[in-house]
Design a protein around this ligand. Sequence first.
Ligand code: MV4
Length: 446
Amino acid sequence: MFEKVLIANRGEIALRIHRACREMGIRTVAVHSTADDNAMHVRLADESVCIGPPPARDSYLNIPAILSAAAITGADAIHPGLGFLAESADFAAMVEEHGFTFIGPSAEHIRLMGDKVTAKRAAVALGIPVVPGSAGGVADAAAAAEAAAQIGYPVLVKAAGGGGGRGMRVARNLEELEIAVPQAQGEAKAFFGNGEVYLERYLGKPRHIEVQILADGQGGVIHLGERDCSLQRKHQKILEETPSPALNVAERQQLLTTATDAMRKLGYKSAGTIEFLYQDGAFFFIEMNTRLQVEHPISEMVSGIDIVREQIRIADGAPLGYRQEEVRLAGHAIECRINAENPETFAPSPGCVSSYHVPGGLGVRVDSALYQGYTVPPQYDSLVAKLVVHGTSRNECLMRLRRALEEYVIGGIETTIPLHQRLVAAADFINGDYDIHWLERFLTRR
Ligand code: MV4
C-alpha cells in the first residue's frame, strides 16, 4: 500500500481524501495556494507545500508545481479530488510518467469520456441507451438540418468538448437551428477550444439520475445505487438524494445493471459515475464522469462503503473489497450543498466565519473545511459544506434533515442554508415530484 499520498485539491474534498488516507495508515501531503495558508486541509495534512499564488491556474492547476511537490515530499501517489485536474487526461498521464500512481481511471478512459461525442459512441457500443441524435458531430447548419429532419424537433445542439451546459442551444425548427448551430460552435470553441457540436432530441422535462460505479479493472465492478441530481440551478447541483423517488423497482434494476455491465465491458478502473436523463419511464445516457463526485457521500450513507478508500485500494492494484451481492443499499440519504452565497441572489459571500456550530446526531454527516475564525477566500468555488443526512425511510431522512438544517450555525457570511430550509418545506419536493427545471421555477415563486 502507498505510504504517502499527495492530495492535489483544497477544501472539503481535500479533507475527505485526507480522512480516508488517515484511516488506511497513509501519510498525506497537502498542496495549497497562498490564499489557503490557513486552510483546514493544510492544517490536518502531515506535510504541506505551497504551490503558487491564489489564481487556480497558477496553483491548483499548476501541473509542474504539483509534480515537484510530490517529488520533494516523496509521495507514492496523487489523488486529484474533483474539479481542477481531476478530469485532465494529460495530468493523469504525466503523473504516471513521473513515476507516481494516479488515483483514478486510466488517461485513456478519461480522454474517451471527456469528449461527449466519443463518450456517446462508446456508450452505444457498450449497450447503453442514448438520446436519439446525430451520428457523431455535425459540421455546419446544413448537416445539422439533415440530422434534425431524422431526429425530429425540438433538438438540442450540444458541444463535444462540453458539459455543464456551455455551448448548448435548443432549436424548435429549422430557422432556429440555423442560428443555434453557429452560436453553439462559437461558444464551444471559446470555452473548450473545440468547436465540434452534435445534435440530440430535446427532452423537455427529464430528471437527472446517475449511477455510482466502483470498478477494479480486474473484472470486479459494482454499483452503489443511483442518485437523483435533478435539483439544480444554472447547472449547479443544489441537493441530491438516493434512491431516486422517481424510479420503480424494475426501472432501477434495469438502470443499475445496464451501467454495471457496461463498465465491466469497458474494463473501467476506479470510481466513476454514469449520468442519465430519465423521462416517461425511459433512461438515456448523457455523460460519464471519470472522477469522485461532490455528491458521493449519499451513496456511502446508504451502502456503508467508503468510496475514497476503494479508489485508493484499486489504484494500489487490489481487487474490489465487495461483490454486488454483499452490497446492501439501506434507507435514504440526502445531501444539501451549502454555498457561501446570498440565498436569494446567489451572489458569492466570502469572508470570516465569526461563529460556527455543526449539527450532529444519528444519521448526520457534515463534510466541510470550515472552522470558527476561518476566512472563506473569494477565489474558489463557493461550496463550503455538505450536510448529508441518512434515514431508514425518505420521510425519516427529511425530518432529520429539517432538524439538522435548524441546528447548523454559520455566522459572518451568507449561506444557502435558508434556501434549503424553504426547499425541504416545499410540497413538490416532499412528494418527490420534480424535474431538472423545477428548482429554477421554484426560485421565481414568492
Ligand atoms: C439534455 C437535456 C435535454 N435533452 N439533453 C445539460 C448539461 C449537460 N451535461 C446535459 N444537459 C442536458 N442535456 C437532451 N437531449 C437537458 C439538459 C439539461 C440538464 C441536464 C441535467 C441537469 C440539469 C440540466 C439543466 C438544463 C438542461
